[in-house]
Ligand binder design. Structure first.
Ligand code: GRF
Length: 216
């Protein structure tokens, strides 16, 4: 059973997708700890509802980013966390944090990176006028939304789309590719060689999700 730690800042719908996947027996993992930097995050409500261990670590309670990140890492390590999932965590983690979990911190981002990195990725896509955007699960490195790609899903933009409608359509795929990526880690099938990530025995098809999803 892969031990997960999940970092959140807000609504927590991606956290919910992981909870559902675990409760439905599709993900061979357990959520050992959820940490939020925001005490008001709705994600914490979801933790209470599902009996998940959770805590709040606020940046403003530490004088340096280093100390804040150390506290996050200590708490996750105390729980034996093996894979850290950033699920709407609105802070950039430095190497000080990442060195505690080498190649074992993943993030979900609502664009096809390297397009539209950073905040408001869906708004950036609408304003740019692209015909396709999507979402990405990637390994977190010291860049902002730029680490090695594990899986991407392509989502079309329609002429009438707004930031909101596009965000909703992308979110539907976020809730599928994130649990799938976690399950690939749980199955020990993710090989990372520099920038290149190989999911062993994954199929690559003509559907705009590569690698193809298997369980979600
Ligand atoms: C998602 O769009 C995710 O891709 C981005 O932040 C948002 C978090 O949503 N990183 P939620 O908190 O999981 O509902």
């Amino acid at each position: 059973m892969l031990k997960l730690g999940v970092l959140v800042s807000g609504r927590g719908s991606n956290l919910q997708a992981l909870i559902n996947g675990i409760e439905e027996g599709k993900i061979d993992a357990s959520i050992e700890l959820v940490l939020s930097d925001n005490p008001e995050a709705f994600a914490l409500e979801r933790c209470r509802k599902h009996g998940l261990e959770h805590g709040v670590v606020r940046r403003k309670d530490f004088s340096t980013k280093k100390e804040f990140e150390e506290e996050l890492a200590i708490k996750l390590k105390e729980k034996g966390v093996e894979l850290v999932v950033l699920a709407g965590f609105m802070r950039i983690l430095s190497g000080n944090f990442l060195r505690h979990f080498p190649d074992r911190v993943i993030n979900i981002h609502p664009s096809l990176i390297p397009a539209f990195q950073g905040l408001h990725a869906q708004r950036q896509a609408v304003e740019f006028g692209v015909k396709f955007s999507g979402c990405t699960v990637h390994i977190v490195d010291e860049s902002v939304d730029g680490g090695p790609v594990i899986v991407q899903a392509v989502v079309p933009l329609l002429p009438e789309d707004t930031e909101d409608t596009l965000s909703q359509r992308i979110l539907g795929y976020e809730h599928r590719i994130l649990p799938q990526a976690v399950q690939w880690f749980a199955e020990g099938r993710v090989n990372i060689k520099g920038r290149l990530v190989e999911v062993r025995e994954a199929r690559y098809g003509t559907l705009p999700v590569n690698p193809e999803l298997e369980k979600f």
